[in-house]
Write a protein that binds this ligand. Structure first.
Ligand code: ACO
Length: 323
């Protein structure tokens, strides 16, 4: 017997305001056709003033707890991945903790850009396997609309706001019972930090920070690194492409998503896609996509789900989960 993290529930939150490509093209020199052809994005949600990372993360966490049939009393740890926290401190995770009425355990934020949710899942899974934690909320919550450079049409059309969460519950599993988080694989290469970054932060005088990206370089690394991470996850579990029921990829760009689906030999209907409606919500994109496919009944109990993401840092990773 060994301790395993069971993915007990998923939840998501999207801001009320929907902004279409046509609406963006009224103020930015772009077009619906350009955005759709290059990225697959049709619209995104943008947060209102009150819809901060903590607000949206709390809503997603509540939905994940409800889906799991769990309450605040079951939460030992909250790990929240974000690049757009409400404040430098306290951690956004602790604002969520307070809102949920969780009065014990611990929480912290994790910064790994678009790979943040995979990183947070990896940390939470490690703590559960070590017996440190029995119930963990893993959240990705982002308000990229606050860090976009509206003068840079090459980046400001790509992102949206939102939050996704999962609730992990420790379970004593037989070693041959292959349920829950089977493995996680996280990587980083700091020498590639300048191909995708935010050029400021609260620690820098007069520099709130805007997102800067070399899209071609990111694209090139994304396809190679994500393919490696996917193979690594399958090899670690003695599995092949044929074992995967669902791919839930980071939602940056439909061309990257389609390339990954083809590499795995998965038909398009086995790949969860939200980028058309959500755009790139960074650390929130994978748990939001997972929550949507669970809620509409596509992903069900017993399905083997492959998660992958890549983001600024460069950071990337994958996870294999059996629901
Ligand atoms: N509307 C209209 N035209 C535009 C826009 C726009 N929004 N943005 C750029 N252009 C123009 C450029 O000015 C350029 O015009 P020019 O040829 O006259 O100079 C032309 O379109 C091509 O620009 P590129 O930047 O070279 O466009 P590219 O073909 O590389 O596509 C894209 C850009 C979609 C970002 C692509 O590089 C890509 O898919 N990159 C992957 C990275 C990604 O998806 N990043 C998302 C965040 S990172 C992450 O989550 C992993």
């Amino acid at each position: 017997m060994s301790l395993r993290s069971i993915l007990a529930g998923c939840g998501g939150y999207l801001p009320e305001r929907v902004v279409t490509n046509d609406e963006l093209s009224k103020t930015i020199d772009t077009s619906d056709e350009w955005i759709r052809e290059r990225t697959g994005i049709r619209q995104r949600h943008f947060a209102g003033k009150h819809e901060t990372a903590a607000f949206m993360g709390t809503a997603a966490a509540r939905a994940a707890l409800a889906d799991a049939g769990a309450t605040a009393a079951d939460v030992d740890a909250i790990i929240l991945a974000t690049s757009t926290p409400d404040q430098a401190f306290p951690a956004t995770a602790l604002r969520v903790q307070a809102e949920l009425g969780v009065t014990r355990g611990f929480g912290f934020d994790l910064s790994a850009a678009c790979a943040g949710f995979i990183y947070a899942l990896s940390v939470a899974d490690g703590m559960i396997r070590a017996g440190q934690v029995r119930g963990a909320l893993v959240i990705g919550s982002e308000v990229y609309s606050r860090i976009l450079n509206w003068q840079d049409r090459g980046t400001c059309v790509l992102f949206g706001d939102g939050a996704g969460a999962v609730f992990l519950r420790a379970s004593d599993c037989r070693d041959d019972d292959r349920r829950g988080v089977l493995s996680t694989h996280i990587h980083a290469q700091g020498t590639l930090g300048d191909i995708l970054y935010v050029d400021g932060a609260v620690g820098q005088p007069d520099k709130p920070g805007h997102l800067v990206m070399n899209g071609r370089e990111v694209f090139r690394h994304a396809v190679t690194r994500l393919a490696e991470a996917v193979e690594e996850a399958l090899a670690a579990n003695g599995m092949t492409h044929a074992d995967v029921d669902w791919l839930v990829p980071h939602q940056a760009n439909s061309r990257i998503i389609n390339a990954m689906g083809r590499k795995l030999g998965l038909p398009p209907e086995r790949v969860v896609v939200t980028v058309d409606r959500h755009a790139n919500t960074s650390a929130a994109s994978v748990p939001l996509a997972l929550a949507e496919a669970r809620a509409d009944g596509r992903i069900g109990a017993g399905d083997l789900v492959l998660l992958e993401a890549l983001g600024g840092g460069l950071t990337w990773g994958s996870a294999l989960v059996r629901l």
